[in-house]
Design a protein around this ligand. Structure first.
Ligand code: ATP
Ligand code: MG
Length: 895
C-alpha cells in the first residue's frame, strides 16, 4: 500500500520530471491578502502571477499546499466529521503553468499520473467539462472535451458537461477565472456511481480540479481574455490517498489512523466498532456521534497544529477566533461524546508531528510552542466547559418539555460571555438537541453588552441617547476651524440647552470638528475650544458612534449651546502623526527583517510613543532590532511621500502587499495610506487606515526602538520613539555614557571592555577569601568526637568574618556538630564559634560562652547566641595557643 508520504513525493517527482519547479507550501497565514482568512488553495501564492503583476524565473511549478477551509469563501467546517472527505486542514497537491503549457498537457499528465503511474482503474474515473453559459457569452469548453478523447483513453461516456457552479472557477468577484475540468472517482462496490458524480456522495468524490485560467473579470462583471493562459490544478492529498489505499474514508488512510488510535487510548470508545465492517476505520455511519467526535477531533487537532506553527494565534477576533472556535468545538465533542476529562487535543500533537514532520519541518521546530499553546487554551476552556454543557442541558430540557424549539438569544449570549462557548458551537449543540438558536436575540444581547462596556468608556458613550453625527472631515488637515456647540454630555446625559460655567467638567458636542476621536489605536486629540470671553480645554477627543466628544473642562467664561467656538488641536498631534507614520514603516520593516509571518496584533499611537504588537514566536534579537531600526530610518531619510487615498474596498484589496488587520471591519470605500508610491513605483507600505499621517516620511525626524518584550504567547511588543522624544532619549543615553566614562576615566567606546575587566576582577576578589576558607581545605588543629558529630577547632587563614561563618556552615553541612575557627588579618583576630542545635540541647557547649572564654587570650572580647558567636582580638601571635584553649574548653565540657 502506498503511504501518503510516498503519494506526496511521487506527485512532486512526476511534475519535477516534467520541468516543474518544486516550490514550498506558502504559510497558512496569507502574506499579502487581507481578505483571505487562511491559505485555502494552492493558487493563493501565485495570484499575482496570474494577474500579470509579478513574474518568476520559472513558468511551471509543483507543490503540496497547506490549506484551511474554515471560514470566508471556502468554509467546510460544518461538513467536517459528518462526512469523511472534507477537512478543515488538508494538503492540496498542485501543478501550475504560468503562460506556458495549457489544457492538452494538463489533461494528459493528470490522466497519466492517476492511471499509469498510480494505476487507478480507468473505468472508475469521470471527467467533467464546462457546458458554457449563454448569458455570459461563454462557449462550451469543447476544446477540453475533445482533448479528453484525444490525449487520454478515457471512456468517452465518462465525460460529462457541467454548469458554472462546478465547472467555471472564479477566484472572487473579480480577477482571473476560467473553465475547469474535474476528475471524479467512483468507489461504489458495483461501479454504478456515474449518476452520483457531483451529488455529494461519499463514494463518488471529486479528486482533482484542473482550472484553465483564460479570463479576467473586471468590476463591471465583464470577462476579457487574458494575454496569457495559465493552468492551476488542485488535488486533495487525503482524497487521492483514500482512492489509492482503497478506503472508503479519508480517516482510514495512514495520515489519520494513528491519530484516531491515539484518541482511542484516551477514551473507552472504539472507533467504527458499531458496524461489523472489514475495516472499522472505513465505517462512515454519520449518525454515530462518538465516531463523528473522533473524526472532528482528529481533523481539528491537525488544523490547530499547523495553524499555530504558522503563527496564527488563538484570540478573540479575526482568524485567531476561528482557531479558538475550532479548538473549543473539538474540546466539547471530546468532553460530551467521548467522556474525556482534561486537555486531550494537546496529546495528539506528538502523533501529528511524527506523521507529518518530515514533510513540514515547521511543526517539528515549533512543537513545544504548539503543545504549550494548545494546553493553555484547553485548560482555560476546560474551566467552564462542563458548567456550560450543564447550563445548556438544563435549558434544552426545559424548552423541550415546554414544547418549544428555539433557544433564547440571551442564553446563547450567556454561554458565550460567561462560559466561552462560541455561538456556532451553541448552534451545533442546539441542532443535536433538535433546537435552533434565536440569532436575532443573540445579536441583540451582544450589541447591548458592547454598548454597556463600550469603547468611549469615560462616558459610556455609545449608551448615550440622541448623540448627533459630527462632521469630522477637517481632522486630517488639523487647521483651526470655526464650529458651533450643539450640546454637552454631563453625567452620562446628552443635553442640548443651557450652559457650562467655569470649572465644569463635560464633553462638548460640536457640529463639526478637526479633533481626531480615539480609534484604530491612535489616541484622541487634546486642544482648546476658544470663544469670546472663554476657553474650554479639551483633554481627550473620543468617538461615540459617529459623534466626536470633546471631553475636558471649562477654564474660563460661560459656554452656551449655540456658541461659536474656534477649535484648535494641540500641536502634540504632530508628534502623534510622526508616531503613526513610523508605525506603518515599522510594520513593513519587521516583515522585511523577520519574515512574512509577522502580522499586526495591535497598536497604540500617542504623542509620546508608539507601541506595536505583532505575531512572532521568539524574542527579536538585538541585531534584528538594529536592522529594523535602520530600515525605518532609511525610509525616513529617503523623504518619501505619504499619501492617503479613499477607494473602493475591492480595488484597495488588489494593491500588492496591502496590509489590514484581519477581523476589523473596513468601510467601503476604504482609506489607504501608502508610503513611497511615487510615479509608478510600488508602495513600500500600503495599509487600510483611518488615522492621521505626515505628508512625508522625513517629518518623522528620527526613529528609535526603546524596548522589545513579550505580551502573550506568540505576540511581541515593540515600543519606539520618534521626533523630539527620540531625540531626548538619545540625549539622555548620551548623558549617562558621559558620566560613566568620566567616573571610570575611559572613553565611551571602551566602556564595555573596561566594565568587563572590572567585573572579572571583582569576581576574582570575591573568590579568593572563600578559597582560603573552603571546607575542603580546612585542617582542624583539634577534633573532638561526640554522639552528635565531631567538634572541629582550627585556623581559617586570613578569611574575613563572613567567609568564616560560611566555612562553619559548610563544616556543619558536612556533619560537624560544632566548629571553632580563628583567623588573623592585618593585625586583627577573629574568632567564630558555631554549635548545632542538637549539641546545644545536649546542654553543655554554648557558642556564646565559648568565645567569651577564649577571646581574652587574644586580647579581645565577644559573645553571641548559643548557636553562633563571634569575637575580635588584637594579638594574632596568640592564635595557636587560643585554639588549644578552645579545644580543652570544649573537651572538658563534653567529656
Ligand atoms: P468539493 O466540491 O468536494 O468541496 P471543491 O470544489 O471545493 O471540492 P476545489 O476548490 O476545486 O474543491 O479544490 C481542489 C481539490 O482540493 C478538490 O478536488 C479536492 O480534492 C480537494 N479539497 C477541496 N476541499 C477539501 C476539503 N475540505 N478537504 C479535503 N480536500 C479538499
Ligand atoms: Mg468545496
Amino acid at each position: 500500500m502506498k503511504s501518503c508520504e510516498q503519494i506526496r513525493r511521487q506527485f512532486i517527482e512526476f511534475f519535477e520530471q516534467r520541468a516543474h519547479r518544486v516550490v514550498p507550501s506558502s504559510s497558512l497565514l496569507p502574506a499579502d491578502d487581507p481578505t483571505l482568512l487562511f491559505a485555502n488553495a494552492g493558487m493563493n501564492q501565485f495570484k499575482d502571477i496570474f494577474l500579470g503583476r509579478e513574474t518568476r524565473d520559472y513558468v511551471r511549478a509543483v507543490d503540496s499546499q497547506k490549506c484551511i477551509r474554515a471560514g470566508g469563501k471556502h468554509n467546510d467546517l460544518e461538513d467536517v466529521g459528518h462526512d469523511v472527505y472534507h477537512h478543515t486542514f488538508f494538503e492540496m497537491l498542485g501543478n501550475w503553468s504560468f503562460g506556458d503549457y495549457f489544457k492538452s498537457e494538463a489533461i494528459a499528465w493528470a490522466w497519466e499520473l492517476l492511471t499509469e503511474v498510480w494505476g487507478l482503474p480507468k473505468d472508475r474515473l469521470y471527467a467533467t467539462v464546462f457546458e458554457g453559459d449563454a448569458a455570459e457569452g461563454l462557449e462550451p469548453d469543447s476544446e477540453a472535451e475533445q482533448l479528453w478523447q484525444q490525449v487520454t483513453d478515457i471512456d468517452p461516456s465518462h465525460i460529462f458537461r457541467g454548469g458554472r457552479k462546478d465547472n467555471f472557477w472564479e477566484m472572487g468577484e473579480t480577477g482571473p477565472c476560467g473553465p475547469c475540468s474535474e476528475i471524479h472517482i467512483d468507489m461504489t462496490p458495483d461501479g454504478t456511481g456515474a449518476k452520483l458524480v457531483n451529488a455529494s456522495h461519499p463514494l463518488v468524490i471529486e479528486l482533482w480540479n484542473l482550472v484553465f485560467i483564460q479570463f479576467n473579470r473586471d468590476e463591471a462583471g465583464t470577462l476579457t481574455p487574458l494575454p496569457a493562459r495559465h493552468v492551476d490544478t488542485g488535488m486533495g492529498l487525503e482524497r487521492v490517498a483514500k482512492a489509492l489505499q482503497g478506503k472508503v474514508s479519508n480517516y482510514a488512510t495512514d495520515l489519520f489512523v494513528p491519530i484516531i488510535e491515539r484518541i482511542e487510548t484516551l477514551t473507552d470508545h472504539r472507533y467504527g466498532s458499531s458496524a461489523g465492517l472489514e475495516d472499522r476505520f472505513d465505517v462512515t455511519d454519520p449518525d454515530n456521534i462518538a465516531d463523528v467526535a473522533c473524526r472532528v477531533i482528529a481533523d481539528h487537532a491537525r488544523t490547530l497544529t499547523f495553524a499555530l506553527a504558522d503563527g496564527i494565534i488563538p484570540s478573540n477576533e479575526g482568524r485567531g477566533y476561528v482557531i479558538r472556535r475550532i479548538l473549543r468545538r473539538a474540546a466539547r465533542y471530546g468532553r460530551q461524546y467521548l467522556n474525556i476529562d482534561g486537555p486531550f487535543l494537546v496529546k495528539l500533537v506528538p502523533t501529528i508531528v511524527e506523521l507529518m514532520g518530515r514533510a513540514f519541518g515547521e511543526i517539528v521546530e515549533r512543537r513545544q510552542y504548539i503543545i504549550e499553546t494548545i494546553a493553555a487554551e484547553e485548560e482555560s476552556f476546560g474551566k467552564t466547559l462542563d458548567r456550560g454543557i450543564e447550563l445548556f442541558r438544563r435549558e434544552a430540557t426545559r424548552l423541550t418539555e415546554a414544547g418549544r424549539k428555539q433557544l433564547p438569544g440571551d442564553v446563547a449570549f450567556d454561554l458565550y460571555a460567561t462560559y466561552g462557548f462560541p455561538v456556532d458551537l451553541t448552534q451545533i449543540m442546539a441542532a443535536e438537541a433538535k433546537l435552533t438558536v434565536d440569532m436575532e436575540g443573540y445579536d441583540h444581547a451582544m450589541a447591548q453588552h458592547r454598548e454597556l462596556s463600550g469603547s468611549g468608556e469615560q462616558f459610556k458613550a455609545a449608551a448615550i441617547a440622541g448623540l448627533p453625527a459630527t462632521d469630522d472631515q477637517a481632522k486630517y488637515a488639523m487647521e483651526p476651524i470655526a464650529a458651533t456647540v450643539l450640546g454637552f454630555v454631563e453625567n452620562g446625559q446628552y443635553v442640548t440647552e443651557g450652559a457650562l460655567s467655569a470649572g465644569d467638567e463635560a464633553a462638548v458636542v460640536l457640529d463639526r470638528t478637526n479633533f481626531y476621536g480615539e480609534q484604530g489605536g491612535q489616541v484622541g486629540d487634546a486642544g482648546v475650544l476658544s470663544f469670546d470671553g472663554g476657553r474650554f480645554a479639551v483633554r481627550n477627543a473620543a468617538l461615540a458612534g459617529q459623534c466626536v466628544l470633546h471631553a475636558g473642562v471649562l477654564e474660563r467664561g460661560s459656554l452656551k449651546v449655540g456658541q461659536q467656538v474656534t477649535a484648535t488641536v494641540d500641536d502634540s498631534r504632530r508628534d502623534t502623526m510622526r508616531n503613526h507614520t513610523a508605525t506603518h514603516l515599522l510594520n513593513w520593516a519587521l516583515r522585511e527583517v523577520l519574515g512574512e509571518h509577522v502580522n499586526q496584533a495591535g497598536s497604540e499611537v500617542s504623542p509620546e510613543r508608539l507601541r506595536f504588537d505583532f505575531s512572532h514566536n521568539q524574542a527579536v534579537s538585538a541585531e534584528q532590532l538594529a536592522a529594523t531600526e535602520r530600515l525605518v530610518n532609511e525610509r525616513v531619510l529617503a523623504d518619501q511621500a505619504v499619501t492617503a487615498e479613499v477607494m473602493p474596498l475591492s480595488q484597495a484589496q488588489e494593491i500588492p502587499g496591502v496590509r489590514a488587520m484581519f477581523g476589523e471591519k473596513y468601510p467601503d470605500p476604504v482609506r489607504v495610506i501608502s508610503i513611497g508610491s511615487e510615479g509608478d513605483r510600488r508602495a513600500v507600505s500600503a495599509e487600510f487606515c483611518g488615522g492621521t499621517h505626515l505628508d512625508r516620511t522625513s517629518q518623522v525626524g528620527l526613529f528609535k526602538i526603546v524596548s522589545e518584550e513579550s505580551v502573550a504567547k506568540g505576540v511581541r511588543r515593540i515600543t519606539a520613539l520618534t521626533g523630539r522624544e527620540a531625540f531626548a532619549h538619545v540625549q539622555r543615553s548620551d548623558e549617562v555614557l558621559r558620566s560613566l566614562s568620566q567616573s571610570l576615566r575611559t572613553a565611551a567606546q571602551q566602556l564595555p571592555e573596561r566594565v568587563g575587566a572590572m567585573l572579572k576582577e571583582i569576581k576574582e576578589l570575591r573568590k579568593a577569601p572563600k578559597a582560603a576558607a573552603g571546607a575542603g581545605d580546612f585542617a582542624p588543629q583539634a577534633t573532638i568526637e561526640t554522639p552528635q558529630g565531631n567538634v572541629l577547632i582550627g585556623q581559617a587563614g586570613q578569611a574575613a568574618p563572613a567567609a568564616m561563618r560560611n566555612l562553619c556552615d559548610q563544616l556543619r553541612q558536612k556533619g560537624a556538630a560544632a566548629a571553632f575557627v580563628a583567623a588573623a588579618n592585618a593585625g586583627k583576630v577573629t574568632l567564630i564559634a558555631m554549635v548545632s542545635d542538637e549539641l546545644v540541647s545536649a546542654g553543655k557547649l554554648k557558642a556564646g560562652d565559648w568565645v567569651k572564654a577564649i577571646a581574652p587570650l587574644v586580647g579581645g572580647a565577644g559573645g553571641g547566641k548559643p548557636t553562633l558567636a563571634q569575637a575580635g582580638g588584637k594579638e594574632p601571635e596568640k592564635l595557636s595557643e587560643a585554639l588549644d584553649a578552645a579545644a580543652s574548653y570544649a573537651r572538658d565540657l563534653l567529656a
